[in-house]
Design a protein around this ligand. Sequence first.
Ligand code: R5P
Length: 281
Amino acid sequence: MKVISTEKSQVLASRIAGALNTDIVDVKFSRFPDGELYLSAGALDDETVIIGSVTDNDALVQLLLLIDACDTSKNHLVLPYMGYARQDKRFHDGEPISARAIARLFKEGIEDCITVNIHEPDVLKYFGVPTRNISLAKDVGAYIKSMDLEDPLILAPDDGALAFAEDVASVGGWDCDHLEKTRISGVEVKMAPKKLCAASRSVVIVDDIISTGSTIATAAGMLYKQGATEVCAACVHGVLIGGAYVHLKASGIREIFCSDTIERGCSRISAASCIASAIKN
Ligand code: R5P
């Protein structure tokens, strides 16, 4: 078995290959003069693990090309980050279910698929092959443990993210809650933990995705007003569009960290061992 990856997932894929004690294929990537993507895979084994986060449209096309290039092999796909997964239903008439459109692309040329903290697990039913979702909650918890925060309060930004936050908090037996929005007036909204008090606490807000960072930046400002000692922010997928990282730092967040499902400067947690275990199983 060999590991092969798209450009955007090469560091994570190398780590997965290391964890599986196997080789990674040296792929050549380039573009045609008109901008179309090209790649050439090296020598494959009869079984291949294909790693590719869908971080943008090019990454998606490159992944589809890679799957096609591997058509002589029995392939297992790993989607560390699945872009488009947040449009998981028709919110308004005339919209696509984008997550379904993307998932349906993965049926030819692969045996099965692994996703990591997919935004909505219900989307798994749209894949054309057996697909399972794994969670990095324990890895996020392990990193928080290494930070030596005093009695941290783990907060989900909303009740939808509470189950993930509870899994993170279980690593250290820490308190856990979710933020609740209360409308004070037509223009003023308050965000505070639903049950617990943030005063004099180190708070870590955890979510599956940080995109613009605006949810967490707003929450951090309010938590400091409520007396929190420090606020950190963690996520699995650091989408971090525009100046999100700087925006979060400017809002007083002490540390921002994510995993390498999207390879970032603040990818302090690796998904490699969790993915490797899932592949072995
Ligand atoms: C949304 O449902 C996700 O779980 C995240 O909460 C969201 O993507 C964060 O967005 P932003 O960083 O732009 O506030």
